[in-house]
Structures are given as C-alpha cells and as structure tokens.
Design a protein around this ligand. Structure first.
Ligand code: SF4
Ligand code: SF4
Length: 180
C-alpha cells in the first residue's frame, strides 16, 4: 500500500502539469484584455474631468498633482480612483479624449483602511514629468500667461481709443451739419 502511494506520488510529481503556484512570487499570466488598476499618462492628461463625469459609480475625483503639463492641464487636476467602488467597466478609459487613461494589468488591491484603496494620480501615473521638466513647463506657462495678459491689455487699450475716437467724431458732427 505504501509502495503504491509512493509510486502514485512520484508519477504525478513527474508527469502532471502544474496546478498550484507560489503566490505572490509566481504570478498568473493574465489575458491580454485584463482590466486591472488604471494607468495614467500624466504628461498628456488635460484635466477635463470627462472620466469622472462618465463614471457610473462616482469613483473618480479630480485632485491636484504636480507632475503633469501646466500648458495642457491649466488647473493641474488629475483623476483619483476609489477602488472600493470601481467595477472596472472601462467607461472612463473609453471617454478620455486624449487616450491618456488605460486599464492596466496590476490587479492586487489591498489595504488595512478604506483610504488605502483610493489611488491618487501618484499611484496610477505610469508616465509623468520630472521636477526639472515641471519647473520648465511652469515657467513657459507663466510666460504665455503674461503674454496673453499683455495682448489683452493692448486690445482693450485699442478698443478704448477707437471708442473715444468715435465719441469725438460724434461730438463734432452736429456743428459741422449746422454750418452746412
Ligand atoms: S472603470 Fe468604470 S467604475 Fe471604474 S473608475 Fe472607470 S468608469 Fe468608474
Ligand atoms: S484622464 Fe482623460 S478624461 Fe480624465 S481628466 Fe485626464 S484627459 Fe480628461
């Protein structure tokens, strides 16, 4: 009986395919279209909030994040996802106008507290700018804003001058008409 069991053990150990794996060291291969934790490209996100608006479970909140592009995302707002509510439907990904949000392959979401499974942009961003790049972009955004301000002030001045010119013309017209 013992020999029979030993024979069976040896046979199955050497011939059968693997049925268990040493988790988490050996991870399961996921299907190509697996919907896991989102992946955000913070360098192209424009902060439009469409992902948050379309989410059927209201699990996306727009929050500030430093490592995006202030030239494209003026308010520097990025999605934060509450995985306690997310059903991984992918609607937010479909809705993104610049395709900067994707469903990733990471599937492990655990925490001791409810807030541990709320992932901010810092946890879902797979692409972001460095401190140096952010400083350069901020300087450029500031320069562009100042240029815009100057252009608006010049346009307002020109408009006021034109209005004043019209006013003066209107004032002189009746006397001209009287003399004729
Ligand atoms: S996958 Fe669906 S439920 Fe999850 S954040 Fe996106 S829209 Fe909301
Ligand atoms: S992830 Fe896409 S939809 Fe969401 S705020 Fe950024 S650009 Fe808009």
């Amino acid at each position: 009986m013992v020999l029979k069991s030993l024979k069976y053990t040896l046979k199955t150990a050497l011939t059968t395919t693997e049925v268990t794996r040493l988790y988490p060291e050996v991870m399961m291969e996921l299907p190509a279209n697996e919907r896991g934790i989102h992946e955000l490209d913070a360098t192209t996100c424009i902060g439009c909030g469409s992902c948050a608006r379309v989410c059927p479970n209201s699990c996306i909140e727009m929050v500030p994040y430093k490592y995006g592009n202030p030239l494209k995302n003026r308010k520097m707002q990025f999605p934060q996802i509450d995985y306690g509510r997310c059903t991984f439907c992918g609607l937010c990904v479909d809705e993104c106008p610049v395709s900067c949000l994707k469903m990733g392959k990471r599937t492990e979401i655990a925490g001791w507290d409810r807030k541990d499974i709320v992932y901010g942009p810092d946890r879902i961003a797979v692409k972001k700018f460095s401190d140096k790049e952010v400083a350069e972009l901020e300087a450029e955004a500031k320069r562009q804003a100042e240029e815009k301000k100057k252009a608006a002030a010049a346009a307002a001045k020109e408009k006021a001058a034109k209005a004043k010119g019209k006013e003066n013309k209107a004032k002189t017209k009746p006397s001209e008409g009287g003399e004729a």
